[in-house]
Each structure stands twice: as structure tokens, then as C-alpha cells.
Design a protein around this ligand. Structure first.
Ligand SMILES: Cc1cc2nc3c(=O)[nH]c(=O)nc-3n(C[C@H](O)[C@H](O)[C@H](O)COP(=O)(O)O)c2cc1C
Length: 445
């Protein structure tokens, strides 16, 4: 039979080679980090606003400041888009000309949760950002080793991608008002845009303070109740209250709902080795008197809000971490009838059985499932992560039934141990699904 190819040439090999080449080309386009699929960018570029304002924020401060920046720009007749860093992929920055970033640092010099995905991809990517102007306002606290480390890394990444700094990286220590004022001024000089970053502190009246753990071997824990001097503001379970005490700022989880008619905080008094009281907690738990004014601004903390009203929740916490969980539990109970499971740890069974009536009554009549663990119980000392291990089968079943998991309390003492236990007890598929659907939520400090 006549053939156009020499004898040694097999046409099937040609087709196989062509098919392999096409498959490799598709994989390259889809998978190589930083490459955007063709066709996406022109659409976005056509609609791109004058400014893109991005935030990375765990407890809401950077998000609030970014919102204020975006509002200032739009009220000056500019168009501005506002989003969390995770809502964007690094390659999509090419569609913009000017970007402002307000970013806080968390963990040990790391990105907040709502920037972690962007940052993971960005570090493996180098888009050509030579047409982009950018400015980073980095929020942090000098008390941490990596002061504003995430802001610094992000700024370096933009510079290495060729972006042009509109003004130098600004690090802000504990929201220092003078630094913010100077940055506003420099921003105005560099861009011709006037912006105002303001806080939203309002006066609240201390109603009373109730000691929750009389005779506990640990430091005293107080339930603090406050009422607004003006109208009751709105907030959601999971949000935070920032208190201004002289030149100190302290952030606490809100333990009540606006419908309760009071703002409640659960605060542990800090007592130093020499017996002196912590400056902020000493004032709040000891010095301030009923009727006195406390300056508070409420900070939205959307990454800790409830996920879906109809979904079951597993709430895990220790110590004052109960504050954030208590708000969530109340909101969850108001919204529907889906099951809630609270796993709460403290030290000593006799003296640290806080909020016993409030928690144990609904547990007795089956409205919630309650597991209390005590790390100094003489017969069976246990931490919340131990209780998770004991009930691993139920934990997996709840997750399969759509439960989200909220963890609140200390990062070092509890948060890390709970996360490790969950990674170990859940299947890889369950753990990945929880993270992908943002059903694992934490508020750790
Ligand atoms: C658990 C925790 C870890 C933190 N780690 C750092 C850090 O490593 N470096 C830093 O500069 N600030 C650190 N901070 C301070 C925050 O960045 C700072 O309070 C910031 O204003 C919070 O902003 P946000 O409300 O937008 O999350 C940390 C704060 C917390 C609560």
C-alpha cells in the first residue's frame, strides 16, 4: 500500500505525539502559577476602576481603614474597588493602574487568613507589574518580633514585580494616630487626593462587673456589662470591641448580641509576678466604676461570623475564648433549630465552672450539646483537644452533616493544639472541604 511516510514511520505515533503535545500545552496554560487564562483580563481591564483598595485583616481594623480610604476616593469622584487580598489572584493586578493596600500582620509575622491564599500564590509568581503604582499601609504591633512583617514582604514583592511605589511603605504601631495622620498627609502630597482616616470610638457606660471565678487558682475573670450613651449600634456575633484606655488600645471579643440590650465582655485580669495589675485590664477590671465612661469602637470580624443559619456548629474554646463563642451560640439559637455543640475548657472544676446556669440548662434540656473539660480535674484532667479525640467519630459525623467549626481563645495554649487534633482526626477530604468552604473559623489571640 502507498504511504506518504517512510516505512519506519508509524502514523499512530504521530497522532499520539500530537495529542501529548496538545495536552501538555493545555496543562501549561492552566497550571503554571501566575498565568492567567487568556480572555479574562481584557474584560476586567475594560471595567477597571481608578483605584483598587485591598486589605488583609484578621480582626477588622485594616478592613475598616481600607473601607474609609475607598469611600474618600469615591467621594472625590474617583472609582474605587474594595476587596480582601484573597478575592484577587496576583495576575489580575495587571488590570489596574493604582492599588492601595492596608494590611495587618498575624501569627508570627504572617499574613491574616483573608490574605493567605493570595500570598501563597504570589510567592510563586512574578507578573510584570511595571504599569502599576502601589502604596502599602502596614498595621502591626512593635511588641511582636516580626513588626509589620507581612506588609514589608508584600511591599518587597510588588517592588520585585516592577511596580512603582506611590509613597514609601508605612508601618503603623498599634494604630498610632500621629503616624496615620502623617501618612494621610504624604498620600495627599504624592497623589493630590485628600483622605481622612478616622476611628469610631463612642462613649459607653459601665453598668456592672461580675466576678465569674471566685476562689479560682487562676487570675480573676470578669463579666463586664456596658450600655451605649447614645443609640445602640449594630454588630454581629463574632465581632470585636476595641477599647481606648488612655493611650492604650485593647481588643476583646464581644460576648453578647445587640438584642440583649447590653455589650458584654469577658476579661481576665492580668496580674504580673510582682503583684501589679496589667495597665488596661487593671483599669477595666478594677479601677473603672459603674456609671463611668468607657470609649469603645466595634470592629467587624466577618471571618468569625456564623456561616449559615441552618447549619450545625461546633464551638471550641478555652478560658476567655468563651466570650466570642457565647455570642455565636446566642445568635445560632435565635436563628434556627440546627444543632450546636460547645466544647469548653477551663482549669479547676470547683471554681472555674463559669456561666454554669446559662450553659448547663440548655444542655440539660437538649438545646445544645455541652462538653466541659477541666485541665486540673483530679480524676480526669483533660484539655478540649483530648475531648475531641474521645469523640472523634461524632466529630466526623457532624462535619459530614455540614457543621462548621469555630475556635476561640489563646493561640499558643489551645488554638494550635486544636488545629493539630482536627487535622489528625478528620479525614483529609473533610479537612480540605472545611478550609475550602471557609467552615473552619478561628479567633485566636
Ligand atoms: C495573635 C496576634 C498575632 C499578631 N502578630 C503580629 C506580628 O507578628 N507582627 C505585628 O506587627 N503585629 C502582630 N499583631 C498585631 C496586629 O497586626 C495588629 O493588632 C493589627 O492592628 C490588627 O489589625 P486587623 O484588625 O486588621 O487584623 C498580632 C496580633 C494578634 C492578635
Amino acid at each position: 500500500m502507498f504511504s506518504a511516510f517512510p516505512d519506519w514511520f508509524d502514523a499512530r505515533q504521530v497522532w499520539a505525539a500530537l495529542a501529548l503535545a496538545a495536552w501538555l500545552a493545555i496543562c501549561w496554560v492552566c497550571l503554571v502559577p501566575g498565568r492567567e487564562r487568556p480572555g479574562r483580563q481584557p474584560a476586567e481591564a475594560a471595567a477597571s476602576p481608578d483605584w483598587l483598595v485591598l486589605y488583609a485583616s484578621q480582626s477588622g481594623t485594616a478592613r475598616r481603614l481600607a473601607g474609609q480610604l475607598a469611600r474618600c476616593l469615591t467621594s472625590a469622584d474617583h472609582t474605587a474597588a474594595l476587596m480582601a487580598l484573597n478575592e484577587l489572584r496576583p495576575g489580575q493586578l495587571l488590570a489596574y493602574r493604582r492599588v492601595l493596600l492596608v494590611v495587618s500582620t498575624y501569627g508570627e509575622g504572617e499574613a491574616p487568613d483573608n490574605a493567605a491564599v493570595f500570598w501563597r500564590i504570589a510567592r510563586q509568581t512574578s507578573p510584570d507589574l511595571r504599569t502599576l503604582g502601589f502604596a502599602v499601609l502596614a498595621l502591626g504591633d512593635r511588641g511582636y518580633a516580626g513588626f509589620c512583617a507581612f506588609g514589608q514582604h508584600l511591599s518587597e514583592w510588588f517592588i520585585s514585580a516592577g511596580a512603582r511605589p506611590l509613597l514609601p511603605l508605612q508601618k503603623v504601631d498599634r494604630l498610632d494616630p500621629e503616624t496615620l495622620r502623617q501618612w494621610q498627609q504624604r498620600f495627599g502630597q504624592a497623589t493630590g487626593q485628600r483622605i481622612m482616616l478616622s476611628d469610631d470610638f463612642r462613649p459607653w457606660r459601665l453598668l456592672d462587673r461580675q466576678l465569674l471565678n471566685a476562689q479560682s487558682p487562676g487570675a480573676p475573670v470578669w463579666l463586664i456589662r456596658l450600655q451605649p450613651r447614645g443609640k445602640m449600634p449594630a454588630w454581629q456575633a463574632g465581632d470585636l470591641a476595641q477599647l481606648r484606655i488612655g493611650n492604650l488600645l485593647r481588643t476583646y471579643s464581644v460576648a453578647s448580641l445587640p438584642e440583649d440590650g447590653v455589650l458584654e465582655l469577658i476579661v481576665r485580669q492580668v496580674i504580673h509576678a510582682d503583684g501589679t495589675l496589667g495597665r488596661a485590664s487593671g483599669w477595666l477590671c478594677h479601677d473603672v466604676r459603674p456609671g463611668d465612661t468607657v470609649e469603645i469602637q466595634l470592629l467587624p470580624n466577618p471571618q468569625f461570623h456564623l456561616c449559615r443559619a441552618s447549619a450545625p456548629v461546633i464551638l471550641i474554646g478555652a478560658g476567655t475564648g468563651i466570650a466570642g463563642l457565647r455570642g455565636l451560640l446566642r445568635q445560632h439559637q435565635r436563628q434556627g433549630m440546627s444543632p450546636a455543640w460547645l466544647i469548653f475548657g477551663e482549669r479547676c472544676q470547683e471554681h472555674d465552672r463559669w456561666l454554669s446556669e446559662e450553659l448547663e440548662l440548655p444542655a440539660r434540656d437538649g438545646r445544645i450539646r455541652l462538653d466541659r473539660c477541666f485541665s486540673r480535674a483530679p480524676e480526669q484532667p483533660e484539655y478540649v483537644q483530648d475531648r475531641l479525640r474521645t469523640h472523634a467519630d461524632e466529630l466526623r459525623r457532624w462535619v459530614d452533616q455540614g457543621a462548621s467549626i469555630h475556635v476561640c481563645g489563646s493561640l499558643r495554649g489551645m488554638g494550635t493544639a486544636v488545629r493539630r487534633a482536627l487535622e489528625e482526626l478528620l479525614t483529609a477530604e473533610q479537612w480540605n472541604r472545611l478550609q475550602r468552604l471557609s467552615r473552619y473559623r478561628q479567633d485566636l489571640y
